[in-house]
Design a protein around this ligand. Structure first.
Ligand code: NAP
Length: 432
């Protein structure tokens, strides 16, 4: 019998558990999926946009993994606080770090600490009902917002800011965000990219959605686009995205709200009297090797709300090697240290889709089968004893199902669930 602890119950954690179940079978492995929240699924619950429910359906696959006799969900247990990594390595034959990259990469420009400047992890967590960000209260009373970054998260954020309440039908947007966005005064959302249309990292599906919103329309300056014949060199997905930008450029915005693409625009400071009021931006051009090069031309973009969508980091964990520059845990093909492995964004960095985590899971399972002989360790029973000694309150998968039933039961009409946005409410829902 091999005892494996997986820290984090998002996609990377669940694909690892699934692969271990497949590789070793029910009699040869016991897996504990440990999460600091009382609820599973990580990015699926707290990161995937609430109006993209079909993507969230993958959690049904993870549910099957959790219901297998070989696996347990151990929620509401914070590694580092309730139990140390070293202790897990004593209790389990192998430990897999699947903690993702839940922190924002710092914007690192003057004024970035002004009220009104928010990272996408916080803003996305807020509209998705993550307990850490439920109290965020982003300023929505001004007329203008700036979204920094040209990735798909920037599109999610701009779309959520732009939608009218009816467009959230069938979504599980948190009630506090639904109410606040319904009263939002934001009419102009500027998406700033420090490079050009050919350098965007936006998926065509999410980009295309901006062309079909009820109350908002995209705005692209035709002059920012390279000559059409240059698109032939792009890979097909990127060519599709650029074609959408060309469509947007051909149709002037005609809705109450505008989502303006500002390319070749590098924010250099957030300015304002005690809070964000505008961005100071340097015009760029493509420099050597495609990097953004400053032109020395500066201008301002009004923005009482600034959301930076420039990527994520994994917070360091005491006692583990950490790559400060990359914001992740250094590893050799998934191995961090003896019997300690990493999967997903914690070791690979914040790129790729949910499905990209699947091969990570299979690779780590293979390594564990080959490198870690089982035997003699206490596993989950040992963890339970330790947690009981410390007065922790672990949450089982059955407990989570009670939370889920309560969330489903209190959903707005047509919505799949209304998430509890505090640990206290989640724990109360278990008691019934
Ligand atoms: P991303 O795709 O890495 O994009 C980050 C963007 O931020 C880039 O445009 C980058 O520009 C820009 N940036 C970085 N540092 C900057 C700075 N200091 N100033 C200005 N701009 C800066 O990251 P993401 O949007 O957070 O997405 C993370 C991952 O999740 C991606 O793999 C994405 O595809 C995935 N995702 C997928 C979906 C979906 O499939 N539905 C939805 C959301 C996210 P440069 O290119 O110039 O560096």
């Amino acid at each position: 019998m091999r005892h494996v602890a997986i820290i984090g119950s998002g996609p990377a954690g669940f694909y690892s558990a699934e692969a271990l179940e497949k590789a070793l079978g029910g009699d040869a492995v016991r897996i504990d999926l440990i999460d600091r929240l009382p609820v599973p699924y990580g990015l699926i619950r707290s990161g995937v946009a609430p109006d993209h429910q079909p993507i969230k359906a993958v959690s049904r696959r993870y549910e099957k993994v959790a219901l297998n006799d070989a696996a347990r969900f151990v929620g509401n247990v914070a590694v580092g606080t309730d139990v140390a990594i070293d202790e897990l390595l004593q209790l389990y034959d192998a430990v897999i770090l699947a903690t993702g990259a839940p922190a924002d990469r710092p914007l690192g420009i003057p004024g970035a600490d002004l009220p009104g400047v928010i990272g996408s992890a916080a803003f996305v967590g807020w509209y998705n009902g993550h307990p850490d960000f439920a109290a965020l209260d982003p300023p929505l009373a001004g007329g203008a917002a700036a979204v920094i970054g040209n990735g798909t998260v920037a599109l999610d954020v701009a779309r959520i800011l732009a939608k009218v309440p009816a467009e959230f039908a069938g979504s599980d947007i948190a009630a506090h965000a639904f109410a606040a966005l319904g009263n939002s005064a934001v009419r102009r959302i500027t998406i700033l990219g420090r490079r050009g249309p050919h350098q965007i990292q936006m998926t065509p599906k999410e980009l295309g959605e901006l062309g079909h919103l009820a109350g908002a329309a995209p705005e692209v300056e035709a002059g920012d686009l390279p000559p059409p014949e240059a698109d032939a060199a792009l890979e097909p997905g990127q060519r599709k995205s650029v074609a959408l930008l060309r469509e947007f450029a051909a149709a002037p915005p005609d809705k109450p709200k505008t989502i303006a693409f500002d390319f070749f625009a590098r924010p250099v400071a957030v300015e304002g009297d005690g809070r964000a009021e505008r961005l100071r931006v340097e015009r760029t051009r493509l420099g050597p090797e495609g990097a953004a090069a400053g032109t020395g031309e500066f201008y301002t973009v009004p923005a009482e709300l600034v959301i930076s969508c420039i990527g994520y980091r994994s917070p360091p964990i005491a006692g583990l090697p950490y790559d400060e520059g990359a914001g992740r845990f250094p590893n050799q093909a998934g191995r961090i240290a003896d019997r300690l492995y990493g999967v997903g964004w914690a070791t690979r960095g914040p790129t790729g889709t949910i499905g990209t985590n699947r091969p990570d899971g299979f690779a780590v399972a293979e390594r564990i089968v080959a490198e870690v002989p089982g035997g003699g360790r206490a596993g989950g029973a040992g963890l339970d004893a330790l947690l009981a000694e410390r007065g922790a309150r672990p949450v089982s998968f059955t407990d989570w199902q009670r939370i889920e039933t309560a969330e489903t039961g209190r959903a707005r009409p047509g919505a799949p669930r209304e998430k509890f946005a505090s640990l206290a409410e989640m724990l109360r829902a278990i008691e019934g």
